[in-house]
Structure formats: C-alpha cells, structure tokens
Ligand binder design. Sequence first.
Ligand code: GLA
Length: 337
Amino acid sequence: MTESGQRVRAVAPGRVNLIGEYTDLVDGLVLPMAIDRVTTVDGVRGGGVIELRSSADPDPVMVPIDADDPIGQASGWGRLVAAVVAELQPSIGFRGTVSSTVPIGMGLSSSAALTVAVALAFGFEGTPPELAALARRAEQRGTGVPCGIMDQLASAAGVAGHALLIDCAGPSVEPVPMPGEVEIRVIPTGVVRQVAQSAYGERKAALDRAAEVLGPLRFVEDPDRLEVLDDPVVRRRVRHVVTENLRVVEATDALRAGDIARFGAVLDDGHRSLRDDLEVSLPVIDALVERLESVPGVHGVRLTGAGFGGCVVAVADPGVLDEGWRVEPSAGAHLVG
Ligand code: GLA
C-alpha cells in the first residue's frame, strides 16, 4: 500500500558484469554482480506530481503522475524517471532527492540503478524479476536502446558476497559465492562511449537475423552450425554469443571450485571474443587490458558492459593493483527503514 505522507528511502546498486556480454539479448547466460556503489532516492509520498532533485543537476524533474506522455515532456535523466512513471503508473506523487555513488556512463549500470531505485521509491510492489522487467521497459522507452534484462536484474536481485548466475530465458537467478581471497577491480578505460547506442542496436539486429536461420542461439552449441550463415560478420557475432554462453558456465564452475586462475583465464578469453568476434573493443582498451594482464597476481581482465568505452574488470590477488577501485559483491535494491 502506498500511503500519503510516508517517508521513503530506496537504494539500488550498480553492477559489474564478470562474464556474459550481449548474451542477455538472446535469452542466454550472464554472470554479473551488484556492487557497493548505489543510487539512493529519498523523499515523501503525496500529491499528484513526481518531483525529484539531484545534486548533479540544478533543474528538478517534474512529472505529473497522470501525464499523457510523461517521457515526451522530459529530458536527460528525467526521461528515465518519466519512463518509470509511464510504466509504473503510480497512484500517488513523490517529492524528494536522488543521489548516486555509481559512476555515470562507465558501463556500471548507473541508469539501471536509477530506474530500479525510483520505481521502488514510487511504490513498486512485486518480486525482483518483476521490478527488473519494469525497469528494463522504462530504460528501453527512456533511451531507445533495446537493452536486455541483465543490468536491471543484477541491481534488483543482488546478494551480498555473491555473483549472480542469470539465465535470461526465465529469467532465473542463482547466487554464486565469490571467493573472499580475490579482489574485483573496475578500471576506467578513459574512453567516453559515443557510438555505443547505434552499435548496440546493430549487434542485436545481427543476432536476431541469425536466430531466424538457426533458431534460438542459446541452443546452438556446435560452432559448425554457423557455417550456414552467409555473412561473415554475422557469423562472428553469433560465434561470440555461442562461445560466451559456454564461458559463463565455465567461469561459474571455476568460481564454485575456488579456481581463480581458471576463472581469470575465462575472462581473458572473453575479452578476445569481444575484440575479435563481437568487435566492441577499441585499440586503446585492448592495450589497457594487455598491460593489466601482464601484472603479476592479476588473473584475468576484460572489457565489461556494452563496450566502446566504460570500464574493464580485473580479477586479482588483493593489493596487486592500485588503479581504479575495488568493488564488493553487494545486496540488491531495497527500501530502508
Ligand atoms: C548493456 C545492456 C545489457 C547488456 C550489456 C552487454 O549493459 O543494458 O542488457 O546487453 O550491455 O552485455
């Protein structure tokens, strides 16, 4: 029940994807973890308007809950908030603030943290997969990017101390304990993602075309089957997805066995596939990955997220890297108090 005058604080984390890139688009497997960087929405329910202020923006976002076209009237981060309003259709307004420790535009799902946090603050009731599905639809409507479910589900369903093995077909979520003796670091590439939006749509279109020929890509396990695809570019894109699903399984097995060397080697392979088959890396990112891989005590490094910039993720012995920042596997979105 959403009550007028009720004080609310909703918290939702960003995520880092350990392995399983672009596989959520074709109902595949992913292994992200929610991180200890969060978006917090604080305020009071009441009235008929959503009014949110951010310390990062002098202009508040104002959306009447009964607006005909809330998204059309909004701009910037307000589009995401308005898209949540359009999807959730809250029965009561909200007045408050949003603040975030998730770095923006760095491949750590700052926008998923925002949509999940505001949906909870505005009165969403349901399971974490339902919350993620609503936030995903809001993200698609607010940004026009045909994203998968991974980011929103990692934010909604995170478990402290665990990565999440997600089968995007369900979706179903299985927490996988992260070994304590290893450090997960994210290191900014320094590249601002500019082409990501159109390139993301192109990758999705290529995978959808291939699925028309091959059937659900999730069930394509024999790489020889890709020979029926005429276009060598499409063949490479599909090879990435087919091998990436296998890497998620292998990485999960390695984590469960406490075999960090194997886990890291799978991440290294994953980067090569992003570079050569999916082609979402850049030479400057490859150089960063190679340099970090050569540091003793670093077990694996790969570009994380949609590519063309953002961050790399490194798995290392504690203390051997001082670049970027250490992230801890954290709890998913929740209301405080
Ligand atoms: C973005 C999307 C996700 C996923 C990744 C790539 O983060 O929002 O759904 O497709 O890219 O793995």
